[in-house]
Design a protein around this ligand. Structure first.
Ligand code: C2E
Ligand code: MG
Ligand code: MG
Length: 853
């Protein structure tokens, strides 16, 4: 089969070796999947095709021109029309054509083909025939499609990433970015293409590094992660990191660079922020003297921050912070404590803190506040992290403050607060109190010295006492000043080997009782000591100090100047007191108290001028209990305020009842405890009671004792007394002669009446000194404008003597004991009747009593 119209070159030397030109050409065409065709008809009715044409169109092999319809129809409809138009135009205008078509195969595949057609002209220039080829280009187009697809994928990735690729030519000018990268956000803002990188806008401060980069590129060296700041078209600064490698042609000639770049602006900003924060944190650590450390469980290694080394004055290069290397820095038990703490943190994964002490490289101790926390990753503890802050200054200040808070500034001894803590510490472990004794020391006559020689002498005396105690007890004893003239000592056998606690106490008393020569004169005091041996006399701090206190109380009761060991029987007495206190409270609340009345007789007229109201309480089991027993309990429990107000109200109410019943106007004297005056507005309470009961103020007399003036602000007392006096109430100083008997109160305060204590009155008939004193006191009181009531006269002779000394009133069993309200008026009437007779009798007796006064 001949290929018409195809001009093939002349046979060569190879033809001679049997090669046939036509068959070679056919083979080549088959390999290239090319089919030849030609046509002599403008209407494209018949074609002559090469056999390969038939294969392409899946028709049986042809020998001659065949109808075109069948193969033609194989072209897809779009391609077919274009092909038809090209063919027609070729005939009509002699224009060659090359048209890409798609050819449908029987199995449904589509082949990409290109149909070339060319006209051949006759001598008249008319198209005589059209010939051409059909070439199957499917494999090329599918490769191209694959390439385009992969380019598109790449473009998609690149346009959404901040990274991109770049290329530059031999002159280092950047090649334009492919269109597909148009969407890249970073590229939109930086100038691109046409210039070398160093010719684009970049941050002026990077000139040196850019010059270095240029030198690298000009030397055609590869580079990695060169970071520069590009100034965008809009003036924004964009950090770019780029890497590139030089490209050489096969012959070694330099073609340029290819590389990648990425926008690291955000990364750089984050890094800058991190750097800034890290620096700030480091600075804060440096300023706050905070070091950090971490320990990894897997490696067993501990790493310290530079600041921590600095805190300890150590060289990071010279010391690996292992347990063995660092244990010697810790003071006391702190290495073990810290290790235990770390163990707890690892077990419980909590955060713990502790203050420890270490020794700095300069030898000085330092305080560190440690915070330790478990490092947990994915729910698993992988190690420990912690901080150590140098808190030496704060701790020092705390220690100084604590010393101030726990030291008695006058004597330098521990104060009460420290004593309590020390005592509590002593009982912390079960046996630590063994062999100790607690001594409570009360100075005798200190108050007198203080009052008579002045406070500065008192201070010197206390300093002297502290010195004696220190000297007698030695450094092993714990000595505290726990009150004005009270001291406490905790001592064990080291302070006084072979000396029993009571002997030691006696030795202290002996040494404290030696007269002291002070600048202001000689002072002679003594001491009384209560001793509790631990733990027998108290298994807790509270019990120990309560029992030592009880022993001291007992020692004082039995005459002071002696030492007393605690005995359990004292505790029983105290328990009884407590029980009594509870029952008394109940009696106050449930109305179990009554008021009795004891008449006061006017010696001049023989009339009952008034009554003293005296409280009575009948204990449910013990029967009547003396006020001398229960009033001190009420005073020590604070119940006295309530109790006192109750009596005041009851007595005034009773007096009003008697007045209303038409009985003579008499005064009512009510005892007032100091606490009632010290606590709050007593004058208001009294005014309210008077208003409530309607008792005229001048009929009320309040009896106060000298204990009112002890230890409390004189101002408050004198203000209250003045206010009471202003209300028109009479004030009497009770029990005169039983206490300090300081006449100073009488001159300064508005007392109307002086009540001479029973102990003073008893025996005046037989003891001449008492008579003398009594006469003097009565005269003095009268001189100060006060009337005098003598208490406790039991004998008629005493009454006669008192009458002779011009005493105004007498209250005593000689006339009547205190009686209940319903008997009082009757008793008063009897007294007045009898008094009329007695006056006559006593006149007769007067000649028989001693006249010496
Ligand atoms: P006081 O105020 O000095 O009362 C006088 C005490 O002497 C009363 O004792 C009275 O019964 C007693 N007395 C009077 N004449 C004689 C006498 O000739 N011989 C003897 N042996 N005693 C006589 P009482 O009632 O036992 O009261 C004792 C103390 O209790 C009172 O002493 C007073 O200090 C206190 N007291 C009593 N009632 C109250 C009260 O309501 N309030 C307060 N704060 N104290 C009270
Ligand atoms: Mg009284
Ligand atoms: Mg009295």
């Amino acid at each position: 089969m001949a290929v018409r119209g195809v001009s093939l070159r002349q046979p060569s030397a190879r033809d001679a070796r049997g090669w046939n030109q036509e068959s070679s050409l056919r083979r080549a065409m088959r390999l290239a999947r090319i089919a030849y065709w030609e046509s002599y008809s403008a209407a494209a009715v018949n074609f002559w095709m090469s056999p390969d044409f038939a294969a392409l169109y899946e028709t049986p092999p042809l020998d001659e021109f065949a109808p075109v319809a069948a193969p033609h129809n194989r072209h897809l409809i779009d391609s077919r029309d274009v092909l038809q138009a090209g063919y027609v135009a070729c005939w009509a205008e002699g224009r060659p054509f090359a048209i890409e078509t798609k050819l449908l195969q029987a199995d449904g595949r589509q082949l990409d083909c290109v149909v070339h057609g060319e006209p051949e002209f006759d001598s008249d220039g008319q198209v005589r025939r059209v010939f051409g080829i059909v070439r199957d280009i499917t494999s090329e187009t599918s490769a191209l499609r694959l390439l385009a697809k992969s380019e598109q994928r790449l473009a998609d990735f690149v346009s959404t990433a901040s990274d991109w690729c770049w290329e530059s030519g031999p002159d280092h000018r950047l090649l334009p970015y492919p269109k597909s990268l148009d969407g890249n956000a970073a590229l939109l803002t930086v100038a691109s293409g046409g210039r070398a990188r160093w010719e684009l806008s970049y941050a002026p401060e990077e000139e040196v590094s850019m010059a270095g980069h240029r030198a690298d590129m000009e030397a055609r060296r590869p580079f990695r992660d060169f970071v520069y700041t590009s100034i965008g078209n809009d003036g924004s600064r964009i950090s770019i990191s780029t890497s590139g490698k030089p490209i050489f042609a096969e012959d070694g000639s330099f073609l340029g660079y290819r590389g990648t770049a990425s926008d690291i602006t955000q990364l750089e900003a984050a890094r800058a922020l991190l750097d800034q924060r890290t620096r700030a944190l480091e600075e804060a650590h440096r300023l706050g003297k905070i070091g950090t450390w971490h320990h990894r469980l897997d490696t067993g290694r501990t790493v310290w921050s530079a600041e921590l080394y600095q805190l300890l004055g150590l060289d990071p290069d010279a010391l690996e912070p292992t347990y063995e290397n660092t244990i010697s820095f810790f003071l006391g038990d702190d290495a073990r404590r810290l290790l235990k703490l770390q163990g707890r943190v690892l077990r419980s994964s909590t955060t713990e803190a502790a203050d420890i002490r270490i020794r700095h490289a300069d030898g000085a101790p330092r305080d560190l506040a440690i915070i330790c926390k478990a490092e947990v990753v994915g729910g698993k503890i992988i190690g420990l992290i912690g901080t150590a802050q140098d808190v030496t200054d704060r701790k020092e200040a705390e220690r100084r403050l604590e010393q101030l808070a726990y030291t008695d500034p006058l004597t330098g001894l521990a104060n009460r607060a420290l004593f309590k803590r020390k005592l509590a510490d002593l009982f912390e472990s079960p046996t630590s109190a063994d062999g100790h004794a607690l001594y409570l020391i009360d100075l005798d006559r200190f108050k007198e010295v203080n009052d008579s020689l002045g406070h500065s002498t008192g201070d010197s005396l206390l300093i002297h006492v502290a010195g004696v105690l220190r000297q007698q007890l030695g450094p092993q004893a714990f000595i505290a000043r726990i009150g004005g003239d009270e001291f406490a000592v905790l001592a064990d056998s080291r302070c006084a080997p072979d000396e029993a606690p009571l002997d030691l106490a006696d030795r202290l008393i002996a040494n404290l009782s030696v007269p002291v020569e002070l600048a202001e004169g000689e002072a002679c005091i003594g001491a009384t000591i209560g001793v509790a041996v631990l733990p027998e006399h108290g298994a807790t701090a509270e019990k120990a100090s309560r029992n030592a206190d009880l022993a001291l109380y007992m020692a004082k009761e039995s005459g002071r100047g002696r030492a007393q060991l605690f005995e359990p029987i004292y505790a029983e007495a105290v328990d009884q007191r407590l029980d009594l206190g509870r029952r008394l409270r109940h009696a106050v609340e449930s109305g179990g108290l009554t008021t009795h009345f004891q008449p006061q007789i006017d010696l001049k007229t023989g009339r009952v001028s008034g009554f003293e109201a005296l409280l009575r309480w009948s204990h449910p089991e013990r029967g009547p209990i003396s006020p001398s027993e229960f009033i001190p309990i009420a005073e020590s429990t604070g119940l006295i305020v309530e109790l006192g107000h109750w009596v005041l109200r009851d007595a005034c109410r009773q007096m009003r009842v008697w007045l209303d019943a038409g009985w003579p106007r008499r005064t009512i004297s009510v005892n007032v405890s100091p606490a009632q005056i010290w606590n709050g507005d007593f004058e208001k309470v009294v005014a309210t009671v008077l208003a409530e009961t309607g008792l005229p103020a001048e009929l009320l007399c309040l009896e106060l004792t000298e204990s009112l003036f002890v230890d409390h602000t004189k101002q408050k007392v004198s203000q209250t007394l003045a206010a009471l006096s202003k209300l028109g109430i009479r004030l009497a100083l009770d029990d005169f002669g039983s206490g300090y008997s300081s006449l100073g109160y009488l001159t300064r305060l508005p007392f109307n009446c002086l009540k001479i204590d029973r102990t003073f009155v008893a025996g005046i008939a037989t003891v001449p000194e008492k008579r003398k004193l009594l006469g003097g006191i009565i005269a003095l009181a009268h001189g100060l404008g006060m009337c005098v009531v003598a208490e406790g006269a039991e004998l008629a002779e005493e009454v006669d003597l008192l009458t002779m000394f011009d005493c105004d009133f007498v209250q005593g069993y000689v006339f009547a004991k205190p009686v209940a309200a319903d008997q009082a008026v009757g008793v008063a009437g009897e007294i007045e009747r009898e008094r009329g007779l007695a006056t006559a009798r006593s006149r007769a007796r007067r000649a028989a009593v001693p006249t010496e006064i």
